[in-house]
Design a protein around this ligand. Structure first.
Ligand SMILES: C[S@@+](CC[C@H](N)C(=O)[O-])C[C@H]1O[C@@H](n2cnc3c(N)ncnc32)[C@H](O)[C@@H]1O
Length: 220
């Protein structure tokens, strides 16, 4: 089939940024500081954050779970978009990265909205289930532990409310998902996720060609 998606050239990318990403002092400052890190590319891109912000507002997501905090850029954006009584649980295997986000969360007055948990995503998910948080999250942003992506679907289904949204980042994995010769376990994990979620009729599905690809899976 002919690919009808307009290729995003550098010029078109600049155009997208110029026409969707509005200035936000704290988000911009946190992203600038994040960009000094060698692994700055881990952070969500500004147009993804605009998209996440829209999803949070559209779904009115009160309870959000983020897998993979990094410097706290996406949780800052999502917290700002939540209703007043919103809360976010965000987890990361490393404690260090998210320290950067803390004072931005504080300045944005969303610090108390965001609960940071440190540990492996699968342990945190097990903790949440053991604490009785089944069927309580309105939105889950999956953005870590690619090798285990496929294994996360069952937990997401258990943790989401009916109608809740799973947003999975990096589903193109730099295009490597279509390279059958790529033996990397992370590529295999993302491929596994894409295959399993497609087969899983408990979710409505859309795959969005933004940044490295994002899948929206709505629990029916
Ligand atoms: C792509 S970054 C997250 C970016 C962030 N969501 C954002 O949008 O700015 C992925 C993060 O996941 C963390 N991570 C990697 N493996 C993990 C695991 N098994 N459990 C929890 N966190 C993990 C890394 O330390 C890294 O900070």
């Amino acid at each position: 089939m002919r690919n009808p998606t307009t290729p995003v050239t550098d010029a078109l990318y600049e155009y997208i940024l110029a026409h969707t990403v509005r200035e936000d002092h704290l988000l911009d400052a946190l992203l600038r500081e994040t960009r000094n890190l060698p692994n700055a590319h881990w952070a969500a891109t500004p147009e993804q954050v605009a998209f996440l912000t829209m999803l949070v507002r559209l779904t009115q997501a009160r309870r959000i779970l983020e897998i993979g905090t990094f410097t706290g850029y996406a949780p800052l954006a999502m917290a700002l978009a939540q209703p007043d009584d919103g809360t976010i649980v965000t987890c990361d295997i490393a404690a260090g990265w998210s320290e950067m986000g803390l004072h931005y969360w504080r300045d944005a007055k969303v610090e108390r909205q965001i609960e940071r948990r440190i540990g492996r995503s699968h342990d945190i998910v097990r903790q949440l289930l053991a604490e009785g948080h089944m069927g309580t999250f309105d939105l889950i942003y999956l953005d870590a532990d690619k090798a285990e992506y496929g294994n996360f679907i069952a937990a997401a289904e258990a943790l989401l409310v009916p109608g809740g949204l799973l947003v999975a980042d990096d589903v193109f994995w730099n295009g490597r998902v279509v390279d059958d010769g790529d033996p990397d376990p992370k590529t295999a994990g993302v491929r596994e996720f894409n295959a399993r979620i497609f087969e899983d009729l408990r979710f409505d599905l859309a795959m969005v060609p933004i940044a490295n690809g994002m899948t929206l899976a709505r629990k029916k």
